[in-house]
Design a protein. Sequence first.
Length: 302
Amino acid sequence: MNSRSLLRSPVSRRLLRPVADLIDQRIDRRVERQVRSAVDPAVREATAHRLTHELLLGSTGRGLSRVVADGPLKRLYAEVAELSGDRDAAVRNVATAYRLLVALESLGVGRVAGGTMNICGKLGTIPLLDPPNDEILEIGTLYGMFSTGLVRMMERDGRSPSLTIVDPFAGVQLQPGTNPRPDPTGTPVDEHAVRTNLALAGPAGAAARIQRGFSEDPETRAAVSDRGYGVIVVDGDHSAKGVRLDLQWAEEIAAPGAIVVLDDYGDPGWPGIKEALDDHLKDGTRLTYLGKAAHSAYLRAT
């Protein structure tokens, strides 16, 4: 029997199998080490990027993620473009608003109320609708961070915004039908926090008027109804009754051509807002509905 036949015999294969298995194991381990040495740096780098991304934009620390998805972002671009009539400007302003949002929440106290697309939509759209003057009224502010961002966006557009804020500053966010609870950021909702954030907007933020009180109170209204506002952001009482009252007041103090923004319009969590606006538009009103973007309705006062 020659050597080749000997190696192929059943007896030889049984005797040599342990040796062959040992060789195979050594080969497998060597290949595994080579693969691991090639893959591990990439895996480690990807993991580091993921962790960094989560720390910057994830929900840890503010209770709300600022991670952006492709579909909602493209939809927001289209909605802002339809409102403004300028696709390039819409994309530019939304991108600028997003960077500003991340910067403000990194430097400020508390957070901006609302989802990322909603916030970027408002910040990006309002300057593009060319308000008739630079007087801004925000009804309901939480931490004042949205107003801070709006001041900066208006200034980027060459405007000189003058800001007025109305809010009860109750220590927590108040909404009818909900139980008051501490904010997920852990920061109390008070005027001090608002002033701290407004300082990030420079002189215009520092000069902002803040009126403590509910928007339906006659004393509160009298204190700030001394001018016609070019921009009115309605983001206070989300009940149908509260929204109707705020819209009626907005009609009284809106300058001709003013932009009125109704937040959370069409949000299924707040059905009273859409109900209130739909009812309001059926009456004799000087507000014309322009459209919506990311759960905010935009109107112009005639």
